[in-house]
Design a protein around this ligand. Sequence first.
Ligand code: ATP
Ligand code: MG
Length: 240
Amino acid sequence: MEKETMLEVNDLHVYYDNIHALKGISLKVKKGEVVSLIGANGAGKTTTLQTISGLIPSKMGKIIFEGEYITKTPCHLICKKGIAQVPEGRRIFARLLVKDNLKLGAFTVNDTPENLEKDRAKFYEVFPRMAERKNQMAGTLSGGEQQMLAMGRALMSRPKLLILDEPSMGLSPLFVKEIFSVIKRLKESGVTILLVEQNAKMALSVADYAYVIETGRITMEGKAKDLLNNPDIKKAYLGA
Ligand SMILES: Nc1ncnc2c1ncn2[C@@H]1O[C@H](COP(=O)(O)OP(=O)(O)OP(=O)(O)O)[C@@H](O)[C@H]1O
Ligand SMILES: [Mg+2]
């Protein structure tokens, strides 16, 4: 059976003043899938994600989430509709406690404190080392722990679509492995994920489908498995 399309981006154009950063990006994310966007520095990956999240306006093109146009929807309403983004560089609240960072992630969720507490407990189950550090200031966490916290904060909004911008950046190999195993677990639990990564090998091995972005355009797309074995991809992105 064909899976339902959750997110569709159609011919998206974005400018920073006179810089034409996105020159017609089109992509689809199907329900339950992990879709990766890979590309070099400055290709337009973050711009694509931030435009989807409503943080950057587009000049042209359409963004459709669960059948609804969200192209001009402000970011706080997009979050309410079920899209949560973990930004590049994490952006956790360094001077707040770990547990309060998580609480802030739930601010769009209208639920009882008990249920929010259950969400937090679920997160601590996935990331036991966060449980040990729940009363610690977030700024004192290591880079990998901050990434986990940023993911947890996003998950507290109970997103249908989780958007991750370079979650493995700057992390030690051990943490990179852990982050990717969490991504796999989240997928298994039914979260749909749009993942931007420079670590193309990891990204393609966890993804169902992938897009290659070069200077604001999609230059290749396909099943992640096929891209992993594609000679051009191997040469350009997999260090072969
Ligand atoms: N705030 C900004 N003002 C002007 N130009 C910008 C701004 N942000 C990004 N750009 C430009 O837009 C293009 C795309 O940038 P973007 O950050 O989306 O790339 P990226 O693929 O995420 O790169 P990286 O892998 O380094 O994170 C680049 O040429 C960048 O210089
Ligand atoms: Mg980026």
